[in-house]
Design a binder for this molecule. Structure first.
Ligand code: CP
Length: 292
């Protein structure tokens, strides 16, 4: 379904379906976002839904209103679905217990970011044709990454192999039980992989105690042309954004959308795909009868 929606986004059809007409979707962002928030908004509107944009700083949350009261009040306004980004892990799970409406997790703490993983898998499948037997290395701050966790579950269940590459301090405590291959040497990790998902170093969380210094992290784990040349391996490179340029990824690698070079950046392709994938998610939840 997402592939069809992508075609529609690139070449709009004036007679395109409005299967979510008369639906109201509350975009509840308790944490900052650019890509996820706007792509859900575009996705919802493209399908004909109305959107309510909520941000914690301009709502009554700033006066002390609780998450559950906020959700119940929006539900009383006859909202059909909630898209929730929240700094607390399992916040989306919590609100599914207090509302009968559909809830989409748009990123909860360091727990999960399912629609990001769906769009990453969609992007990889577009390029490779299948995820079966694909080797995907996730490089960076895995410990604090909700994107990593959702991608590990999604990619493994689609038949791909997943590797994690980071300093030992940034492996999650359950890393050995996740069914992934662990690397601390980036040359070996790149040599093993077909594609890399580079993670944002969460500067607000990952300094102080986890890393000796940003410079040292960047020297050993930043994805650069120098490292790719060393291994002589062509890699498709993804990053969920926002990126810390010249820390976890060099400008050249982030911006190279075509050869020459040993990498091809899919960063902006991911963003386009995010709209299509989120259209598919919203339609599946809110107009299931029309899903073929
Ligand atoms: N990838 C992602 O979640 O980006 P935003 O924080 O901008 O939504």
């Amino acid at each position: 379904m997402a592939a069809g929606f992508k075609k529609e986004l690139i070449t709009p059809d004036p007679t395109f379906e409005t299967s979510l007409k008369n639906k109201r979707i509350a975009l509840c962002f308790f944490e900052n976002s650019t890509r996820t928030r706007f792509s859900f908004e575009i996705a919802a509107r493209h399908l004909g839904a109305g959107t309510l944009s909520f941000s914690a700083s301009t709502s009554s949350v700033s006066k002390g209103e609780t998450l559950s009261d906020t959700i119940r009040n929006l539900e009383a306004m006859r909202v059909d679905a909630f898209v929730l980004r929240h700094p607390s892990s399992c916040a989306a799970d919590f609100i599914t217990g207090i509302t009968s409406k559909s809830v989409v997790n748009a990123g909860d703490g360091s727990h999960e970011h399912p629609t990001q993983a769906l769009l990453d898998m969609f992007t990889l499948r577009e390029y490779f044709g299948t995820l079966e037997k694909l080797k995907v290395i996730i490089i960076g701050d895995v410990l604090h990454s909700r994107v990593a966790r959702s991608n590990i579950y999604g990619l493994l269940s689609s038949g791909a192999s997943v590797g994690l590459c980071c300093p030992v301090t940034l492996f999650p405590p359950d890393a050995a039980r996740l069914g992934v291959t662990l690397f601390t040497d980036i040359d070996k990790a790149i040599g093993w992989a077909d594609s890399a998902i580079v993670l944002r170093l969460q500067l607000e969380r990952a300094t102080g105690g986890y890393l000796p210094s940003l410079e040292e992290y960047s020297f050993y784990y930043g994805l650069t042309d120098e490292k790719l040349d060393r291994v002589q391996k062509h890699l498709l490179v993804l990053h969920p954004g926002p990126i810390n340029r010249e820390i976890e990824i060099s400008n050249n690698v982030a911006d190279r959308i075509q050869p020459p070079g040993f990498s091809q950046s899919l960063l902006l392709e991911q963003v386009t795909n995010g709209v299509a994938v989120r259209m598919a998610v919203l339609k599946t939840l809110l107009a299931p009868g029309s899903v073929s």
